[in-house]
Design a protein around this ligand. Structure first.
Ligand code: 4AD
Length: 484
């Protein structure tokens, strides 16, 4: 019975083809917009479509014959369509994205989408099991929240780059295929490289260090890979690592740089930039309505004080035997094996759970610094010791902790002295041969230098108030997951 076939009226003005984001200046004109059917609502004879083209959302109104075609009757969400009509400002008191709507006079379906069982909303509903949602990440991305997070991510990366450019840092692109480790053998992905062993990079730090004498202060935005079997909400097997390296600085300069109170203001400036831009400010407002930029300076806390703080606040850690296995005991009430909890001691690693409790109680960004050398990577500069000082040898290292996420930045000063570096390889059981290029930095005009790495997904999780870093990556990878 639905035999109406639409044709475009040749007497109408030739339409201007445009993306949704560019429509404002075209009000009053006839325009042609292509996109996906994001929402559809029928009100008696009128059909409302919210069209999505990746640059924004547009409300379209269809009436008369345009609603009576076979395509109109069978139209499903997520079909791709081309809509042509006159763009009109919405009347006072009415709301529509962009403040205008498209009054359609001609339209066609470009790619239909199935209905019934295969309908988009059937495959994807909010209640879906997390592993199903992970399998359907490609469809989840079409949603408003997921796409807003990715949009904010893009703005964040641009803002970072702009801040670095202003401060004369040069961007370099470092390799992902490497033959040296940075952060310990336990988290290396190993692969066969034309018959030789190679790894996926854990950090670009060593390469950035080699750039200082030729390019000055440098930064990179590169994927890092960690093979740790962590299923926590802040671990990914592949993550975007923003790293920077600075020459001729002190440990204090480095911390000031990261926390944005002295020489450079990367993190806070970046957030200010995002808030100054109405589009990104709106994204932050929708995703994280209670967001307030951190006040500066950030709190600084030494590793030793942190251990004392944890004990004062009765935050314990699971006891381990000499092989590092967690010691458990049967709980008298539940009958389940529960870890035996003990106080923290100087020399202990501050595990994720304790760190999170601490940041959540304190509620502001914290700079933890001066970790024992034994807990940290081979390349870290030791802290000068005062006469008669006891306790473990500490390093000029610092972690920036944010409420809700925990560690988002890890940085340190690097060993500048060649002999000391050679001794450090030895102590860690690392063969120095593959590191000859890194060692050479100390041979030809060494300098005091340091840098840091920021986990982009963790930073974004903090900024956009996301429960897990998995929401902050386009296609997140975690143990067992490399699809889609
Ligand atoms: O503390 P990390 O391991 O430090 C380094 O790799 C240094 N070489 C960086 C440098 O000085 N250039 O990692 C730095 C940051 C962490 O603070 C965290 O934000 C992020 O990288 N990160 C991860 N993010 C997601 N998933 C993981 N598995 C991560 N591991 C580290």
């Amino acid at each position: 019975s639905k035999k109406i076939v639409l044709t475009e009226d040749p007497s109408l003005p030739q339409p201007v083809k445009a993306k949704i984001v560019k429509l404002e200046s075209l009000r009053g004109q006839r325009v042609r917009v292509s996109g996906w059917v994001h929402r559809r609502r029928d009100q008696q004879e009128i059909m409302f479509i919210v069209l999505r083209d990746g640059t924004g959302y547009l409300q379209a109104v269809l009436t008369g014959n345009t609603t009576k075609t076979y395509d109109a009757v069978t139209l499903q969400l997520e079909a791709s369509v081309e809509l042509t009509g006159t763009l009109k400002a919405v009347p006072e008191g009415q709301r529509a994205p962009g403040g205008h709507e498209l009054v359609v006079d001609y339209w066609r379906v470009l790619g239909p989408a199935p209905g019934a069982e295969e309908a988009f909303t059937n495959r994807l509903n909010e209640q879906s099991d997390p592993s199903i949602l992970a399998d359907l990440r490609h469809l989840v991305l079409r949603g408003e929240t997921a796409s807003s997070v990715l949009r904010l991510r893009a703005a964040l990366l641009s803002a970072f780059r702009a801040s670095y450019a202003e401060h004369d840092f040069l961007e370099v692109t470092t390799p992902c295929l490497v033959q040296t480790q940075v952060e310990g053998g336990a988290t290396l992905f190993k692969l066969d490289y034309y018959g030789q062993p190679a790894f996926l990079t854990q950090s670009s730090q060593l390469y950035l260090e080699t750039c200082l004498p030729s390019l000055g202060d440098v930064f990179c935005v590169q994927e890092s890979f960690r093979a740790e079997n962590s299923h926590t909400r802040r671990h990914l097997s592949e993550y975007t690592h923003l790293e920077a390296e600075l020459a001729f600085i002190t440990f204090d300069d480095l911390m000031s740089h990261i926390e944005a109170i002295a020489r450079l203001f990367i993190i806070c400036e970046t957030v200010d930039k995002l808030l100054a831009n109405p589009v990104t400010a709106a994204l932050i407002k929708t995703l994280n309505p209670n967001f307030t930029p951190p006040s500066r300076p950030f709190m600084r806390m030494s590793y030793g004080s942190a251990i004392a703080w944890l004990n004062e606040h009765k935050i314990q850690r699971p006891a381990e035997d000499t092989d590092g296995n967690v010691i458990t005991k049967k709980d008298e009430v539940t009958g389940k094996d529960e870890p035996v909890m003990v106080d923290h001691e100087v020399g202990d690693d501050i595990a994720e759970a304790a760190e999170r409790q601490m940041t959540d109680i304190i509620g502001t960004p914290i700079f933890l610094y001066g970790f024992p050398a034994e807990l940290k990577a081979f390349y870290m500069q030791k802290m000068p010791r005062k006469e008669g000082e006891q306790g473990p040898i500490c390093t000029e290292s610092c972690d920036l902790l944010m409420p809700g996420v925990g560690e988002i930045v890890g940085g340190s000063m690097r060993i500048a002295d060649m002999e000391e570096l050679l001794a450090a390889y030895k102590r860690e059981g690392i063969d120095s041969a593959p590191y000859y290029w890194f060692t050479d930095q100390r041979k030809y005009g060494t300098c005091q230098h340091g840098g840091y790495g920021l986990g982009v997904e963790r930073f974004l999780a903090w900024l956009a108030n996301r429960y897990t870093v998995r929401e902050c990556s386009l296609y997140p990878r975690w143990p067992g997951r490399a699809t889609p």
